[in-house]
Design a protein around this ligand. Sequence first.
Ligand code: NAG
Ligand code: NAG
Ligand code: NAG
Ligand code: NAG
Length: 598
Amino acid sequence: MGPVQMLFLFVLPFVCFKVFFLVVVPTCFFVAPCFPDISAAIRTHLSNLGPIKKTKKLCKSSQSPLSSWFSTASPSTFEFEEEDSGEDEKEHVYKLGREAFASSERQLTGQQKIETAQVKEAGVQTDSSLPTVQKSLKKSVTEPVLFEEEASLLEEVVAGNLPIHAIEKNATDFETAVRVRRKAFDKQLHANFSVASTTNSFFDGLPYQDFDYKRVYGTCCELVVGYVPIPVGFAGPVKVNDENVFFPMATTEGCLVASTNRGCKAIMESQGCLSYVVSDGMTRAPCIRFPCAGMAVECKIWLEQEDTFELLSEQFNSTSRYGRLQSVKVAIAGRNLYLRFKCLSGDAMGMNMVSKGTEKALEVIKAHFSEMEVVSLSGNYCSDKKPSAVNWIEGRGKTVVAEAVISGDVVEKVLKTNVASMVDCNIQKNLVGSIMAGSLGGFNAHAANIVAAIFIATGQDAAQVVESSHCITLLEPANNGRDLRISVTLPCVEVGTVGGGTVLPAQSSCLRAMGIDPQNSPAPGQNSRKLATLIGASVLAGELSLLAALTAGHLVKAHMQYNRSVSNLNLYDLQRPRSASQGLPPKFPPPSCTPTHD
Ligand SMILES: *[C@@H]1O[C@H](CO)[C@@H](O)[C@H](O)[C@H]1NC(C)=O
Ligand SMILES: *[C@@H]1O[C@H](CO)[C@@H](O)[C@H](O)[C@H]1NC(C)=O
Ligand SMILES: *[C@@H]1O[C@H](CO)[C@@H](O)[C@H](O)[C@H]1NC(C)=O
Ligand SMILES: *[C@@H]1O[C@H](CO)[C@@H](O)[C@H](O)[C@H]1NC(C)=O
């Protein structure tokens, strides 16, 4: 175990533990009594909340004027409001709705409060352990509290009058729709599985409140029941192209952020890194088919003429403000053609844009070859979300190269290893090892780790990590072996800073934390290309750190063996092949590593 692993396994948890008991606990202890009003209000309220049967009545009697106005307004009132008002007013109506429901929810629902009330009623001490509480309750909460609107929506869904995917259409606000859907699905789940929670809901641990569903609805996700919180770590700073940046990483893999951070430190202390986008263009490759191979050949020849490109690109470029056709690569298989359209897409990742342009270009081809049949707008020669040689060779999205020279001092002090070992490890592992594995684009230690974490944090399409993490990592000694030159080359970084998940507040916040303002791109494509260069730099940091850890681990082992008196025997133990004569020392002498002469 290296010192870094030791740090994260033992020292940090210990420190956190101390901080919790010495700082957090006393703080809560002393600060909480300073707000007697709040706890008193909650206590009073809880004692007013009778058993569950009564809650519906309570719902009505304790409504604030705002929430009562809101719950008497029918869905049609809202539709009227929406039609007649501009975007701002519509937003205002939704906001009122959300506030009203949030405040009434705070007052009345909240499964825990109801349970607490029930626990009180049953005469159980509130500080009893959970199993005790459950036992004394002797009943589970089966029907969560519902407002009238929710109750009627749920009724409609359960009765099959309102499709479960369309609750948003009839609910007054998005969160209500999500709440109703959770309850509807809960009912279905109860039919098949047993729930292991106190509140009798399968969605107990899945939060849904305080989320801007307006930005999700119709864009990012359907049949929404909540969201999964993923911790976001922040690695850096690291100097990339003369700018100090940080990397937001959404991950649940321990040590990943810490390791990347160490790589950043090593780069930072060696004058930073440079990262370049050398090619930019999203691709889409439809499959078209002709009655015979001869016609396919004829079409291929036509498509490869310059005039044809002009013709196609004119139509293609007309379909959007930023989509600009760059090339069409034609592959043939019998009477099938696969046309790999490649286009610039501004700051968008570009899949929709290139698909739209491609559709238009196909019309032009059809006009010249009436026998042509479009088998599929995507013919997998694109190649989206699947490992493929065409992406590895031709690139897709942004092709990024990032490089740094790490000084020998830093390799020793920060990375705890040496230049020669790292170079060797990279060759044997990332190059030879990946060749032995028959890898496609996997000539790296863990590029996908960093790419995935930043993709999720910044709202990229997570499935595109497949090709976006294709990467070759190269290490060489520099300055007569004193320093280390490291580069990563990623041919298919598929990213955007507008559209997709980037529109969500958390994700766009992460983009801003990387120095990218999604709302203001200096020029079309500049933001998304910057994001690609930063991802290249982050992969550089990640590769550096993991390779060093592997090398250092190897060094520790080597040292231990070296220090043992019977080093030969121990080395021999390691190299001994597994033999059928279990445990018995083989009879042949230890192999000699002395080179023989030719
Ligand atoms: C949903 O709303 C539409 C339009 O307001 C209405 O016609 C329909 O009856 C409602 N459906 C249900 C199940 O409430
Ligand atoms: C799940 O529950 C439904 C009833 O809602 C039932 O029709 C179905 O057979 C159940 N499936 C299993 C695997 O138990
Ligand atoms: C479409 O845009 C591409 C890329 O900018 C350009 O090369 C091509 O000439 C344009 N086509 C036309 C007809 O303007
Ligand atoms: C290993 O041997 C070296 C050289 O003899 C010595 O300096 C070092 O302290 C030893 N390390 C351990 C862990 O015994």
